[in-house]
Design a binder for this molecule. Structure first.
Ligand code: CTP
Ligand code: CA
Length: 227
């Protein structure tokens, strides 16, 4: 944007991101999905670009457009997302916002599953998906700053702190995704930033405002010697 003359504190920095849901195929026409819209992750990617970063975003299936100035790799499943992210390391920072499906079907059917008179409804067998954030957080190519999200409906802070350690993240952006909050799919978000040194509580604001603030915080962290 030629009119944007703000300083570019993230110039020369490369940031790997994930955003959106993943789709896990049951058969060629059916899949398991979740309510993630990609709005928060895509807004963060755009905000990081505005601060001068090179952003490589691995996006699950979303209906919103690719964020301006961002290199987007489109994937469907968690396994595809993991493979794409691995190809993008090393990087200066990773910001993993995707609502990755925790499970995929154990045996995706090659043909459409058909009803048959007298036959029972099919039972889905599931297996756990790879944890992409934990893979990055514990990688030999670990970025200097690793940021994850935590979608919770209860015990927000305790669960976010556990995720910080388990996933080898520096910050967890914790959000309450209880149905009544309207966070998933909505335009607003009230988050807490959980780090090893404490918790920052941010007021309810638009997802774009959360993105701006988080991008500034990331820029500040990458400018210091030790995050
Ligand atoms: N995440 C990931 N790969 C997965 C699951 C989660 O990269 N297979 C990332 C998400 O992108 C997010 C963070 O891990 O940044 C936390 O996701 P969340 O769903 O809140 O946590 P889980 O570890 O999956 O635990 P649970 O859903 O059981 O609370
Ligand atoms: Ca999960």
């Amino acid at each position: 944007n030629l009119l944007d003359h703000r300083p570019k504190p993230l110039a020369g920095k490369t940031i790997v991101m994930t955003s959106g849901p993943t789709h896990e195929a049951i058969d060629p026409v059916r899949y398991i999905a979740n309510r993630s819209s990609g709005k928060q992750g895509h807004a963060i990617a755009a905000a990081l670009v505005r601060l001068g970063a090179t952003v490589r975003l691995v996006s699950g299936p979303v209906t919103i457009p690719d964020p301006e100035g961002v290199d987007v790799i489109h994937v469907e499943s968690a396994c595809e997302m993991r493979d794409a992210v691995e190809q993008l390391l090393p990087a200066d920072a990773a910001v993993m916002v995707a609502a990755v499906a925790d499970w995929r079907t154990a045996n995706e059917a090659g043909e459409k599953i058909k009803k048959q008179p007298g036959k029972k409804a099919p039972a889905l067998q599931m297996v756990e998906n790879p944890d992409i954030l934990a893979g990055v957080g514990h990688s030999t190519l670990r970025p200097r700053l690793v940021v994850g999200f935590a979608a919770e409906t209860q015990d927000l802070l305790a669960n976010a702190r556990k995720k910080l350690d388990k996933k080898g993240a520096d910050w967890i952006v914790a959000n309450d995704v209880s149905h009544a909050t309207g966070v998933m799919g909505g335009d607003r978000n009230a988050v807490r930033i959980v780090t090893r040194s404490g918790v920052e509580e941010w007021p309810d604001m638009s997802k774009d405002e959360v993105a701006e603030r988080l991008a500034s915080k990331i820029a500040e962290a990458l400018q210091t010697v030790d995050v």
